[in-house]
Design a protein around this ligand. Sequence first.
Ligand code: NOJ
Length: 554
Amino acid sequence: MEKKKWWQKAVFYQIYPRSFADSNNNGIGDLQGVIERLDYLQELGIDAIWFSPFFSSPQKDFGYDISDYRTIDPGYGTMKDFEELLEKAHSLDIKIILDMVLNHTSDEHPWFLESRSNTTNPKRDWYIWRKGRGKKQDKPPNNWRAVFGGNAWKWDKYTQEYFFHQFLPFQPDLNWRNSAVQEEMLETVRFWVEKGVDGFRLDIIHTLFEDKDFRDNPRSWRLLPSSDSTAYLFQNPKYTAFLPETINMCIHIRSLIDSYVPERMVVGEVMGGPRIFRPLYGENNNGLNLVFNFKFSDQSFSAKKFFQVIQETESILSDPYWPCYVFSNHDKTRMISRVGNNEKKAKLLTLLLLTVRGTPFIYYGEEIGMHQGKIPKEALKDPLAKLKVMGIPIGKFLGRDGCRTPMQWDNSSGNAGFSPKLDTIPWLPISTNSDVINVENQKNDEKSMLSYFKQLIHLRKSENALCEGKLLNLSIPCKNCLTFERLGYQEGKLVALLVIFNFNNKLIQIQNPYPSSTIIFSTESLNLLSSTTDNITIQAYEGLLTKFSFESVS
Ligand code: NOJ
């Protein structure tokens, strides 16, 4: 079996910098705050951190609207802080990947200010400008819709043309057909690689290029995008997403980062499931190393649903392609809250995330079972929460503040240890249950979610088959129960790990394919080491892992 790369074996941890740890009492998380918590992350056992953007930005979309790609936003610290963070993380064997928003900038980026200053400015063509349609040229150039609703063209009264924004109106799309834009953005990638970062998460990378003839997108019957279709708001983004030029650029970016030693990685964020995003991996696995598969986060709590996702992913991303699964992030309702804040269910799904073949990403706070925050209307910050489409306030369904509430470090009243001073008011309200759900409470409790995560991550590292092995015999042995095997070599022996997930609210029994195997992990009782018999009994919502070693291989 070919040795796997570091990013295939790693457990990634996403930090939303604004919400992780505030070191200077301004209510906003920062890089020094992260530095102070690196030991915590090392103890948790994660191998790499993905940082949501901390570059200079007006923060209208909290960093996904960048105004300078090569400086740190003063709200988060300085370049010196970043260098210190990188050095300390590396000394603790933790890799760092950054968030590259290549598709668009902030409308306050100096390039855009120049670009909109007049039609002959050298930066004019760095963005996508078009004259309007109709006699008066007052209609948008075509029918393209913005992902977050409304028309994707915004009228600019100064230069009397429209500019294109695939996301929010203050996020104008860069014109990737302009070679100067390509050079500048790729140079930015090099800049950070040469600083020593280990890779990048590429924000909505499937939308990089648009049709050069600006053809109208076809209609669709779909209102909302799903992992099986990229269509949204009654439109199929045929001419605005997954263009061949975008796929070629993914291959180019991969070759750029592959020219560095030691090996770096790129993971893409896209809309759509494996069938749709597979081309971004490249025809010869020479494109993005990984693409987030959000299908886990779309599923209801059902063995059959997860069976279908894994089966589909395994067939589309079979070896040498490598899947990448995720349940929660800064755009999605926290997984535990999607299953009714039920810890047992969350533990079962976490077992799935950390034992299925692929790279897992966990989201800050997931390891302590942080709930989705309930944010009062007046405290909402996310621009999506305030969005209206055709006068309809759709924002209340789209708002993402609830998954971005500050990390709950301890049970101190005020801000749960997020800021050093108790009376500092964080940028978003702390969840009301922070007195119960917090790191301090959980770190010495061996039954806590935090201990569970630590044990599971540790187990994953100690069992080669979990990090590197094949996934075989995916099945549903009885109603609402899922099993698969991970097969790998350990100390010269072929090892089969059978992972069993009981999605039922009652005890079940299944036939044991390896009667003399050992139970090495359970979501219910820790540190289990007992032999199995012909049948295995699994408690309600329990997940189990059994291990069987074949004869030595010569
Ligand atoms: C995807 C990011 O995850 C999201 O937070 C952001 O709003 C959009 N891209 C636009 O950059």
